[in-house]
Write a protein of this length. Sequence first.
Length: 734
Amino acid sequence: MSHIPASPDVAADPAAPAWPWIGWARDVSAAAVVCLAAVSFYISAASLLFQGELAPQLPHAIGACLLGAGILAMLAAWRGALRLASVGPEPATVPVLAALTAAIAAHVSGPALLPTAVMALTLTGLAIGGAWWLIGRCGWGDLIRYIPYPVIGGFLGSIGWLMLSGGLGVSVGQAFTLSRAWTWIAGPVDARLVVGLALGIAIWRVSLRLSHPLTLPGLMLLGAGAIHAGLRWRGIDLAAARGTGWLLAPFSHTSVLQPGSPALLAAVQWGAIVQQLPLIASAVIVSTIGLLLSATSLEVAWDERVDINQDLRALGQGNLLLSLCGGLVGGISISRSVLNKAAGAVGRASGFFAGALYLLALNWGGPILALVPRPLLGGMLIYLGLGMLKTWLVDSRRRLSPVDHLTVVAMVTITALAGFLPAVCVGVLACCFGFAVSSARLDPIRRVLARSDWPARAERGAAQTLALQRAGLRLRIVELQGVLFFGSTTRLLAAVEDVLAEAARPEGLLLDFQHVGGIDSSAAQSFTRLLRVAARHGVQIEFSHLPEAVHRALRSGAVLGPGGARVHADIDAAVAAWDDAVLARLAPAPAGLEQALADWLAADAPAADLLAHFEPLSLPDGAWVFRSGDASDALYLVRLGRLAVVAVADGREILLRTVHAGSVVGEMGLFRQTPRSASVRAQGAVELLRLSKERFDRLARDQPGLAAALYRLFVLQMAGRIEQLSLQNNALAR
């Protein structure tokens, strides 16, 4: 007998059973368990959405929840990144949507109330779906990493409060307000409120101790049975229970309003919806954060790599579709996703089965759903709210600094007193202020070096090298770092002013911006002040390695341009310009090659005797002395001018170092008899002295004393290069 081939997900899962029908049976059973928990929440969510004057229309809200869950579950099972994720209306967004419908009910009444509320939910779903699809399409899903953690904690803690307060209101069938809460406490005891609160606390406490997949569904069934038993014991039949608010109003089936129908559109009060645009924007923000947090949390919990942008695109398209059909917007539920896997689901089929069950409940589950007690629905919301409040108000104290934890507490408190949107604004402002303060504490100066500590890419004669060493402390190199703004530049100005106030203050100050990430306009103005202070001390300020954004900010602040700071490509270019300026000011001029050789060789050999073995060579600007890969047939002394040692990579020339008068080039290839490792050409007109291999061999054979002196010259040259390399390594280490 042939078997139906397994789906790719089942076959790829190491825990998947060998027989496909076993895997599908596990997916069906897991879907049934998840649906039992999900439908309970959906009825609770619908009761939270439609309270007060909207309460008689509760079947429409339940239908919207079930339709949205059915469509989204099937689409996520088909195209979602997490194959075992459970999707549908979830706790993060429902309280904000409930605040939206409550605000609509406060401004609209009569026949226009239901159409206006439905259209507000539809437009919110379209906004959320469009935003998710756009974020996923542009690959911006990782932006969750940039949201401050305390703000996320404050979001979720505030959602927990909205769930808790909403659960209290659902239990008694009235929207929760602080003034009404005081009436509940001071007035006669409402048994529905007591039962709902007791059930919420009991479910929460038991769930903390028992992690079995059937714990929550079992508690829900047990709670419903206990309430019905209590009503029967008190002699209250179903009609009386509905009349006193213990049960939902009777309905044979749920229904869904089509938001595109002409009758509904004609009855909508659009002005009331426009007034709630801030709440719609809040729903988009909260739902996006909730989805990204859920996806990344399941990524860690299941040790799976999640393409967040794929989920954003798939669920964004799903929410666009279900919103047009009249369904309620949804996302990923962490708790139900974990429940799905713990109940034995092994593949995407569980999502398809769950979607089918939601649609079955939508069409034929009305009589059963009407038997669900209101306090049980309120208890479900209270249970979720208590869990979120404990996580972010109590447990987060061990993970957050006191200031960050205070931000979370403040956001929850403001949500309770003034609403969700003010809490979001306060949280964002608090984190921005905290970031500014903490950033200002970071030292904007990476390190300060003297010119003599910086490895130059130039080889010079002994006299010039000595002159530059003596002038090395007259140039200070200040490497900046981080983001420069009004706070960090205050510390920078203080540090620079301390340098300028030293007794042996420098003649020049080079500020390097290679490690600067950005700069604001206030920091640019601070650099204008720095230029004035430096001018009073007679110190020249120069910049190097300016990123384009920093260059624009400084130019707009009049820091650059006529009378402003001089700009160099990098530190090497700035150091080379400084060296040239120092040498140009020397009087008398540095000794020529003959005198340099005489200084190096001392009494070992007359310089003239040694130079007699070299042949003069003049080259114009840009002429090649030799190229990489050429045979090493000679070495060269630079008599006048300058050479550039370059390497060629990907068709580009990279300057390795410059060689000035009094230096040697090409000697290592000659000694080792290896091909040239780099290319050398003239920078301007140069005069060289060339010693061919034949003449070098003859010198070593006939005049060993002169040859030994020449070897010592090469040793000194190599020692200088080693010293520069050591400086470079030390600079990198610092």
